[in-house]
Structures are given as C-alpha cells and as structure tokens.
Unconditional design. Structure first.
Length: 688
C-alpha cells in the first residue's frame, strides 16, 4: 500500500508542476495518433500492423490532398473525416469558391478548430499541379526515401548464451536490421523494396543463405481513364466494411467513434514489415463507368505448424498458421513457408453522390489441410484446404443519416452481417449505431470487421458511439458495446457475454494547451478460478487516464501522463498505476541543423499482469513501441533526432526498464538473469 501511495503523491505533484506537450515534427507525435494506437494496443491481444497507419499518413503528408480541387475519393484518403464532413467541405468549395486559409475550415459545418488543425499536414490550398505520368516529370518531381536501421537488447538473453551445439537456441545474432527504399510521385506512382531480419534470425547463413529473412517489393500505378489502379508485388485488398477482405489496419473501438463506418480503399501497395497479412501477386481496378471492377490474384508461402508430412517432408496436415513472423529456433524455422496459399478475388462497385453498392468474391486455397487442435472451442473453426466468401456491401444517405452495412456468406453456408447507421443529429452532435452478427462457423480468414473477437465469428453485438462538440473549448466522445458469444471460446467453456464502455472529454483552452481524461470500463465472462465445465464468472477492468498538453515555448516542452487501472475477478482484485514524465527540446546546431531530444522517465506499479498498462512511446520512423507495463519498476528512454538539412535524418534511442521486485526477466529463450532490460536503436533516413 505504501508504494502505491508514493506513486500517487509523486503523480499529483508532477501534474500540478507540469503540463504535457507533443511537438509536431513527426506525424507519429500527434496526440490523435498516440491516443488511437494506445487504445488499439489496450483493447486486443491480437497484433495489428500498426506500421501501415503511419505509412499511410506519411504518404498523405508527402502527397497532400489539394482540397480546392478534391473529389470525394480524394478527401476519403483522410480516414478520420466522416462522410458528413467531406460533403460539407465539398459543398463549401462548390458554393463559396476556393478555401484561402486553414482557419476557414474550422468554421465549416461539422468541423471544429481541433479537427481543422489535424488536417494541416495533409492538405494543400495551392493550385493542383500537373501530375501527368511522363518519364521526365516522374524523374524530376518524384520523391525517394531510403531508410536503414539496427537495434538490439543489451543484456544477454538465454537464447544467445547457449552454445552452438545446443539445438534449442537462436540461430542468429541478437540484432534486428532492416533496409527500406520507397519512391512516390504525386499519388500516381509508387514502388519500393523492404527487407528485414528480426533479432535471433540468421543472416547470410543457415536457413537465410540469401541474407534477410523477409523481402517485400511493391509497385502501384494510379492511372486515368479506364485504368484506375494497378498493383504488382505485395499489396492490400480492403473492401466493404471489412467482413470479407480487409488486410489493412483497423481503428477498432477508440475515441474516433464515427470511424466504425469504413470506406473502400480497394487495392493498395503494401510496404510494411509484417510478414503475414498481405497479398503477393497482382491486382487491377478498371473504371468502367458507372462501375469500378477490381480483380486480383495472390500466391505466397506462409508459416504453418506442421502435423504430418509426406515421404518428401512436405506438409500434408497443419494445425495452425502462426503470424508472429519469427524464424529463430529450429521449431520456428521448420514452420517457415511450410504452406503455399493462393487467393483470388474480385470486387464490383458503383458509387454515386449519395449512395454506394458493391459485391465481393474471394477464394483461397492451401496446399495442405488445416486441422486445428481438437479443443472443444475449436469445434466450429475452419478445417480443410480451401474456402470462399461472397458479400454485398452498401452505403446510402437519407438527409442527415447514412445507412451502411455488409452481409457475407462463407463456403459452408454460414452467414456474417454488419448493419449500421451514422447520424448527424445536430451540428455539434453525431452518433453511430452498429449491429453485428457473425455465426460461430462463419469463416473469413482475411476479414477484419469491427468486433470483440480477433476473428469475425461466434459473436453478436450492438455498438453505439457518439461525439458532441458543444463549441468553444470542449469535445466529448463515448461508446458502449454490448456483445455475446453463442459458442465456447478460449478460456471460456460456455456461451458468454460482455460489455465495453468508454467516455473521453477533451478540453482545449488554447492552441498551446490540451487536456483530456478518459475512463474505460470492460467486463467479460471467462472460466472461474476453480474450473467446472460450463461454469464461468465475470471479470471487470476499469481504467482512467489523464493527460495534459501545453506548449511552453517554441521547441521546448514537458509532458505528463497518469493512468490508474483496476482488474477484478470473483473476490480477487489487482491494481495498477503508471506515471510518465516527458521532456523535449529542439534547437539548431551550427546555426542550421536541428537536433531534437526527447526524454521520458516513468514509474509503474501493478499487482500482476491482469492490471497491465499500455502507453505509446516515441520511436524510430515506421516503428511503434506500445509496451505493456506490469509488476514494479521504472522506465527511462532517450530519443535523439538529428537532421542534416532536408535530406538526411539520424535517430538514436536508448530505453531501459528497471524492475525493483524481481531478479529475472522473461522466460524461455528470452530470459534475462537480472532486473534490467535495455534496448538501443539507430536509424538513418535519407530523402531525395
């Protein structure tokens, strides 16, 4: 109890002493993005490819929307704008003429000063330039980015200490390394190459005789006339509401409550380092007025847990498709590229001013049979070598309400459906109501629609989100999600139910100062401590976070974050506290080269893993760090960003976690003897 009180007292002192600010030098430093990513990490145990969100924003910043010449599709690239706001912006330009200032957007119907401020890096008020696809223009106006990085854990981990003669050890060095090259021209032409080796993976030896463990190439052409989009190499396919095909990132349940409704982004390049959730092959979208027709084909090797093999050692039956992307140990190396996956699909859609309708078909096939482990909760899981999905999605507007949805069926005849309505009840008040019902045997292996489960099956729920902008300095947002699971789940040996609710209040007394407080309550059933078949009990979590943001001076600021969490199951309760103090300063060296220094010192104290707390950390470009803090200790990191002109950025990060209640960290091959875990990262980004 004493240590808990000590943390609270220090937190109160620092909250009274300092206000939080986040500089806008990098896209990833925005309050909006940090809050979204932290919410995503806290609400799901399934990893998402968060790199894609930042890469999309970076592409948008490099190739902004020329708002005075934009179409609905152009503005929909800014994914946090609702359809009401896009229509409001388009109507204003049509009726009043060109927008001359960013401040003008803040007073449009459906907008706020804060929302308008988030658009600044991603829109341009200038005249739209000529973007003809001509070799001379591509060479002259195209932009290239070359990035390389290296990172490692300073302490020796068990997997590297064991001698080479021991089979169960890591095959490679403790360094993670990557190289990326990307080229873009005016949102018309993209191509690039991504390579990566995770820590512990071999490099130019053993199973990786060609160097890196992962290679990815992409090419995208956004044409005119009948050719709308052409993608080659690695790409994403996002259609409808994500019930059948959504290989990109999902905002999920967060303070951006109106983003529960999605827009087709179709076929797009894939340049992330996630080694699983993407397509590899070719795709094309034709604009055949009034239809858009997309077809694609993908063939790639994927990881699998092998159950049986034939006489040649090829997989015949597999029990799962691991998605971690690690190939460090003999077991992981044996899983690498064990199965060939083929995916073919098509989408036909028609979009008009106030409505959209589309249909999607996808078929995937594996050269081995998937037979999941024979647990009772897997009784309705996908089994076999092939599957197909068909769906119909729609969106139409009636006055100040937008009705949307998608209904899909899998090869076994099981259905999944999602229906919703987004309403602008008044200028300051909007709401989003969504109903979903995914059958227990509905199989859509590339689906990622809104839901509580990591896969869209065995779930029914109602989601209601609303936001209120009363004007002035306040903004409120909230959601409530009630769901049930008709069949058993992992750690839940009976049909079960749950609920999730969030309330967030933002206060912005000036452009330099922002304050928000968020409270979240979640409950769900799982097996009781003394397991009896069919017996479940509720567990509850309550988390509250408080964040202040204030810019003290140009290039200098201090930051603070306080979060408290309680977890309760039956008569057992655990608590967690987290307090972070940040500071940053930016100044010019030699009169011209800016150096940015970011520093964080944090205290955390939780009773156990159930009370863990997630918090976003500044990191390398395209790298996300949202660690889970639990037990007792301190966290310190130092991040340096040095810009040598406009073309070269150097980044360095040192981060260390010191535990005060144990002398051993981790388990298995990641085990460290000691109470400190430290990382060093370096990165070079060259733009030309």
């Amino acid at each position: 109890m004493f240590r808990h009180l000590k943390v609270i007292h220090i937190g109160i002192f620092l909250l009274l002493f300092a206000l939080n600010t986040v500089a806008q030098d990098d896209i990833a430093d925005s309050d909006m993005l940090r809050s979204i990513l932290t919410d995503i990490a806290a609400q799901t145990e399934e990893e998402q490819d968060l790199e894609q969100l930042l890469e999309t924003l970076e592409d948008l910043a490099e190739n902004p929307v020329y708002v005075n010449y934009a179409s609905f599709e152009d503005l929909a690239r800014i994914s946090w704008l609702t359809e009401f706001q896009i229509k409001s912006l388009l109507d204003h330009v049509k009726k009043q003429g060109n927008i001359l200032s960013h401040y003008e957007i803040a007073y449009l119907y459906g907008f706020t000063p804060e929302l308008a401020q988030t658009l600044v890096p991603f829109i341009s008020l200038e005249k739209k330039p000529d973007t003809a696809i001509k070799p001379e223009r591509i060479l002259h106006y195209g932009k290239s980015r070359l990035m390389s990085g290296l990172q490692t854990v300073l302490q020796k981990q068990e997997g590297y200490i064991r001698p080479d003669s021991v089979a169960n050890r890591y095959a490679g060095s403790p360094y993670k390394a990557y190289i990326r090259y990307a080229f873009s021209y005016a949102n018309r032409v993209y191509f690039g190459l991504t390579t990566e080796k995770d820590a512990g993976e071999a490099f130019f030896r053993k199973n990786n005789s060609y160097g890196f463990d992962f290679y990815s190439f992409h090419f995208q052409l956004n044409g005119k006339g009948r050719l709308k989009t052409l993608t080659l190499g690695d790409f994403r396919a996002d259609f409808g509401q994500g019930l059948v095909l959504w290989s990109g990132m999902s905002y999920g349940k967060s303070a951006m409550v109106m983003n529960a409704m999605r827009y087709n982004s179709g076929l797009r390049k894939y340049s992330s380092s996630d080694e699983n959730r993407f397509m590899r092959g070719a795709g094309v979208t034709f604009r055949l007025t009034p239809l858009d027709v997309s077809i694609f084909y993908s063939r790639k090797a994927i990881d699998a847990t092998i159950a049986t093999t034939d006489e040649n050692g090829k997989a015949v039956e597999v029990s799962s498709f691991p998605t971690g992307g690690y190939h460090r140990t003999p077991t992981e190396i044996a899983q690498k590229d064990a199965v060939t996956e083929q995916v073919a699909g098509a989408n036909v859609s028609m979009t008009r001013t106030n409505w959209h309708v589309g249909t999607t078909a996808v078929y995937y096939d594996y050269d081995a049979t998937l037979i999941p482990n024979q647990y009772i909760y897997n009784h309705f899981a996908f089994t076999g070598r092939s599957n197909s999905n068909y769906s119909l999605d729609f969106r139409f507007r009636l006055g100040e309400a937008i009705f949307y949805g998608e209904q899909a069926v899998s090869q076994n005849g099981a259905w999944g459906l999602l229906y919703g309505v987004q309403m602008l009840i008044s200028e300051p008040f909007g709401a989003n109501l969504l109903y979903r019902n995914y059958a227990r045997d509905f199989h859509a292996l590339y689906g990622l629609a809104l839901g509580e489960n990591s896969r869209n099956n065995n779930e029914e729920g109602f989601y209601l989100g609303w936001n209120w902008n009363p004007g002035g300095r306040w903004r409120f947002s909230s959601y409530c999600d009630i769901f049930r699971f008709p069949w058993l789940r992992y750690r839940t040996d009976a049909p079960s139910f749950g609920g999730d609710a969030m309330l967030q209040a933002d206060y912005m007394p000036s452009r330099e100062t922002k304050i928000y407080i968020q409270a979240r309550y979640k409950e769900r059933e799982e097996n009781a401590a003394e397991t009896v078949i069919g017996s479940t009990t509720l567990f509850r979590t309550v988390a509250t976070k408080l964040v202040f943001s204030h810019q003290l001076a140009e290039g200098f600021g201090i930051a603070n974050h306080l979060e408290v969490k309680n977890y309760r199951k039956e008569d057992v309760s655990s608590n967690g506290y987290f307090l972070a103090q940040d500071a940053y300063v930016t100044f010019n060296t030699f009169g011209r080269y800016p150096l940015r220094i970011t520093l964080r010192y944090a205290l955390f104290d939780t009773d156990d893993y159930n009370a863990r707390i997630y918090l976003f950390e500044n990191d390398m470009l395209y790298a996300f760090s949202i660690p889970a803090f639990y037990e007792q200790g301190t966290r310190l990191y130092l991040l340096l960003k040095y810009s040598l002109g406009k073309h070269l950025d150097l980044r360095f990060k040192y981060a260390t976690t010191h535990y005060t209640d144990k002398n051993e960290i981790g388990s298995g091959l990641n085990k460290i003897q000691g109470n400190r875990y430290s990382e060093v990262k370096v990165q070079m980004v060259c733009k030309f």
